[in-house]
Design a protein around this ligand. Structure first.
Ligand code: 8OZ
Length: 359
């Protein structure tokens, strides 16, 4: 049967009533202690008609933060804050997973406990600058993690997953995309390690394999998805053989029985691309395949109808259109997202986008 944007989808234990997913979106509006506040509950609940909501990236440990006011999932107060969010989403009939995040080298000592250096697979400074609240600063050369420190990193993801379930989430998404810690281990532009976690593809995927194994052992593979970005150059990322690397990552995700694989199919930094064949990645993963990257409703519908993808995640369209599902169903016009209010601030550009009926 030909599927549409409005066909239900089973992804592991997640039952989506439609295939329109809200992408993870950093909004930098957490309160003191990086606790998501009451407005976050309203923001997510307004968008509960999505087939699935994926939370903004959420640090699993204090040292995993690299931007101002991003929420965490490592303190009792943060868990309580997220409980308000999941309760509001569920009351509105929605489903929400939490995105588990550690930024690695995409940070600055001003975010780090004790003012320590950010950590990474290797002491390689990313090109570019970091926003530290008071302005921009150059990225610093991170400290390479010792082999003996890696079990604690894995444990941070497990604790984050367990805390997410305690906070009422329907599952988690492991953030292995966009140049953050797990992606830094995967790609050879940022991983020059000479231990069992660097060098070959088997070695560079080892930390991710350990995180997947430990998280799924704790909360179940059916509640665990993962996001990857094979040709993303954002955050100064590159790899010498992305197709081989991410084919293997897809196999690993499939062998683990993950509910879904969420693939950012392009380069938000606007590079020429590495010519990655996403069909080859999809073929290796036997769960649900979620695609993301500048899809319009029309292109999403075509991709789903052709069977190339199972669902599509929308970012900016969901920021500006809490009722995106209804709008796509009716073929209605979409509100345009206001870039000036993406990061930080209050209700403006967060919870005040108009619904169709209110226009
Ligand atoms: C944009 C700004 C800040 C964070 C990602 C978590 O790229 C992010 C992010 C994006 O995954």
């Amino acid at each position: 049967m030909t599927q549409t944007l409005f066909s239900p989808l089973v992804a592991g234990d997640l039952h989506l009533p439609n295939r329109i997913v809200m992408a993870p979106l950093t909004r930098s509006r957490a309160g003191a202690g990086n606790v998501p506040g009451p407005l976050a509950a309203l923001y997510y609940a307004q968008r509960a008609s999505a087939g699935l909501l994926i939370s903004e990236a959420t640090q699993v440990i204090a040292s995993g933060q690299g931007y101002p006011s991003t929420p965490g999932i490592h303190s009792a107060e943060q868990i309580a804050g997220w409980q308000r969010v999941t309760a509001a989403v569920h009351a509105a009939g929605g489903r929400i997973v939490l995105q588990l995040w550690h930024v690695g080298r995409i940070s600055h000592r001003s975010f780090q406990p004790g003012g320590a250096l950010p950590v990474a697979p290797s002491a390689i400074r990313p090109a570019g600058q970091v926003f530290i609240g008071s302005g921009m600063a150059d990225f610093e050369t991170p400290r390479a993690l010792e082999t003996a420190e890696l079990p604690a990193i894995v444990q941070a993801y497990v604790d984050g997953a367990a805390n997410a379930i305690a906070a009422g989430f329907d599952g988690v998404e492991i953030h292995a995309a966009n140049g953050y810690l797990l992606d830094q281990f995967l790609r050879d532009g940022s991983n020059r390690r000479d231990d069992a976690y660097g060098g070959s593809i088997e070695n560079r995927t080892r930390l991710l394999r350990e995180v997947i194994a430990a998280v799924t052992a704790r909360i179940g593979a059916g509640r665990t998805g993962m996001r990857i970005s094979p040709e993303q150059t954002f955050n100064d990322m590159h790899d010498s053989a992305p197709q081989a690397l991410f084919n293997r990552v897809a196999e690993i995700a499939s062998e683990a029985g993950l509910a879904y694989l969420h693939v950012l199919e392009g380069d938000i930094a606007g590079g020429p691309g590495a010519g990655v064949d996403y069909g080859a990645i999809r073929q290796r993963f036997h769960g649900a395949y979620l695609a993301n990257h500048a899809y319009t409703g029309e292109r999403a519908a075509q991709a789903i109808a052709s069977g190339r993808v199972d669902a599509v995640a929308f970012g900016k369209a969901f920021i500006a259109n809490p009722d995106l599902v209804t709008r796509l169903q009716l073929g209605a016009a979409l509100n345009q997202a206001d870039q000036a209010t993406f990061y930080g601030g209050d209700a403006k550009g967060y919870t005040d986008y108009p619904l169709l009926a209110a226009l």
